[in-house]
Design a protein around this ligand. Structure first.
Ligand code: ZN
Length: 387
């Protein structure tokens, strides 16, 4: 019972293999073989002729989509979000919480823990907690009532679940260092975000082990040539991966290009930061307990602050190629190997190689998604690909 993906051009993504067949068995890639492979009875053959065969995308920062949100804390939310993300090439993602009460965050964690991996969609790879230990001055669309400094009783419970993989926090808060060190000891990664950290505070946070920044440019102290601030710190420090929302709204295309040049694709992570309106039409929604209006696909709370996005990761990839003037091969790591590496999943996720999980996206020449395969199973095929 193998899955054979044949006829396409494989981007591993660090090498390009034309005319190869990808063989998967029991959810794992077993070989990338030159030429066609004769199918055995029971094999599933996926014809990828004329398409790119790439690692499934990984979204480390996404709140919701198709009417659901991680904070809904329902099994339906996780199942439907997984299906929707898979239709955009995503095979793994971190359901992302908002700044909220201790009870609401705990409920969201408990829900993800209780949910099996959806049979027909992207897998959840643990949670990303965006807050609540953030700087109120850089709150963006996070609910102002729930900001607090790190609470040892609360975060000890998060870490004990074993399901929290990434936490966004402001390192300038009292108690941030013991919080970060406690999480790192449990294998949790940390992102600097919604922060007014000075350059020096960013360097110190990186010394503790904070290795990412959440949506670079958005929700942080900006750049000045004599006061590099949070943004200058995360741009200059090679240890830090920068998440960025490449929808052309959150960050100007020229600044996207500047960030990719400063960090290199090897330290840049494409995220969507999508909220529940993603995949739906304009209208009235909510995010983290605040009303959100979506107009022309742009989500804002009443004061005008951007409130997540309606971006999908395949669109982010197409956008970064256009904005930064990159080839597909140059841009692809930012949605695959780099997020995998930043989550300590290098070698298992985000790459097409023997021993890696058989999580694959097939892309049309225009880089829309033709099919998505999770653990060797086809979970999505576009209308176009079945025609
Ligand atoms: Zn977010």
């Amino acid at each position: 019972m193998r899955t054979l993906i044949t006829g396409g051009t494989i981007l591993t993504p660090h090498t390009t293999l034309a005319g190869h067949t990808l063989i998967a068995e029991a959810g794992t890639i077993t070989a990338l073989t030159a030429g066609p492979v004769a199918p055995q009875p029971g094999d599933t053959v996926v014809d990828a002729s004329g398409q790119w065969v790439v690692p499934g995308f990984i979204d480390v920062h996404v709140h919701g989509g198709v009417g659901h949100d991680t904070m809904d804390a329902t099994p339906e939310a996780i199942a439907d979000m997984g299906r929707f993300f898979a239709a955009h090439g995503v095979t793994g993602y971190l359901p992302t919480t908002m700044t909220a009460s201790a009870g609401a965050i705990a409920a969201a964690i408990d829900n993800v823990m209780a949910c099996d991996q959806p049979a027909g969609g992207a897998r959840h790879l643990g949670l990303h907690l965006e807050g609540p230990y953030l700087n109120l001055d850089y709150r963006g669309a996070q609910h102002p009532d729930h900001f607090r400094p790190p609470q040892p009783d609360e975060y000890a419970r998060w870490f004990a679940t074993g399901h929290v993989r990434l936490v966004t926090a402001a390192p300038e808060l009292d108690g941030a260092e013991p919080f970060v060190r406690a999480g790192l000891a449990r294998g949790v990664e940390f992102a600097i975000g919604h922060s007014g950290a000075s350059y020096q505070q960013v360097v110190e946070a990186a010394n503790w082990g904070m290795r990412q920044t959440t949506h670079a440019f958005n929700g942080m102290l900006g750049l000045h040539h004599r006061e590099p601030g949070t943004l200058g710190g995360v741009l200059a420090d090679e240890r830090i991966y920068c998440q960025i929302i490449v929808d052309g709204v959150h960050v100007h295309p020229a600044m996207v290009k500047l960030l990719v040049r400063a960090k290199g694709p090897g330290r840049t992570i494409l995220i969507t930061d999508a909220m529940r309106a993603a995949g739906l039409s304009d209208g009235e929604y909510d995010l983290g307990g605040q009303a959100v209006s979506v107009r022309d696909g742009v989500a804002r709370i009443a004061n005008g602050s951007l409130a997540g996005s309606t971006l999908t990761l395949d669109a982010a990839l197409r956008n970064v190629i256009a904005f930064a003037g990159l080839s597909l091969a140059e841009a692809l790591p930012m949605a695959t190997t780099v997020p995998a590496e930043a989550l300590n999943l290098a070698g298992r996720k985000g790459t097409l190689a023997p021993g890696a999980d058989a999580d694959v996206a097939l892309l049309n020449p225009d880089l829309t998604v033709s099919a998505t395969i999770v653990a060797g199973r086809v979970v999505y095929r576009s209308e176009r690909s079945t025609a």
